[in-house]
Design a protein. Structure first.
Length: 175
């Protein structure tokens, strides 16, 4: 009976330890963005930015997009969604004065295009090696987050030719 009890205790401890390992604690500060449609559009969603060491994990969902299409997705200078067309967010967030692009030397606000499925939904899963959450020159807290009507071509300077702004959010630090 003692062996069975000890074995059961050890197995329970092992399972509890493994469960804890599969759900790691956050590495650093987090920020969130609650995307709302701009005038005449239906895109909306929720995005989380989490500092993970020297990188930021960007994850979330966006819906109300054009089905089977790509949409530009950028951090903009100002956390101001007061304009009906989202233009109050200013240009892309670019504290280092870098060129627009997707790889190599690029500005902080550049992110991968959203890819909508046949229902107009997109899942965001992107890691940035440039942005920061809550500190430094590349801090995105208090900035704008924009979903564009068209895909970013990653070439046209300084915006990527991504078209109108169909959703806007202010990136806020999570408690």
């Amino acid at each position: 009976m003692i062996r069975l009890t000890f074995g059961l205790f050890a197995a329970t401890a092992l399972v509890a330890g493994c469960a804890h390992m599969s759900q790691p604690e956050p590495d650093g500060p987090m920020a969130t963005a609650n995307l709302k449609a701009t005038k005449g559009n239906s895109a909306n969603g929720y995005v989380v930015f989490q500092q993970k060491g020297d990188k930021v994990l960007v994850s979330g969902t966006v819906s109300g997009l054009k089905a089977n299409a790509e949409h530009g997705f950028h951090v903009h200078e100002k956390g101001d969604c007061s304009a009906p067309d989202g233009m109050s967010t200013g240009g892309h967030f670019n504290p280092g004065g870098k060129p627009h692009g997707h790889a190599g030397e690029r500005h902080v606000g550049d992110m991968a295009n959203l890819k909508a499925d046949e229902h107009g939904n997109a899942t965001v899963s992107y890691t940035s090696d440039l942005m920061k959450v809550g500190s430094g020159e590349n801090d995105i807290v208090g900035r704008g987050l924009i979903v564009h009507a068209n895909p970013d071509d990653y070439k046209t300077q300084p915006t990527g030719n991504a078209g109108g702004r169909i959703a806007c959010a202010v990136i806020t630090k999570a408690p």
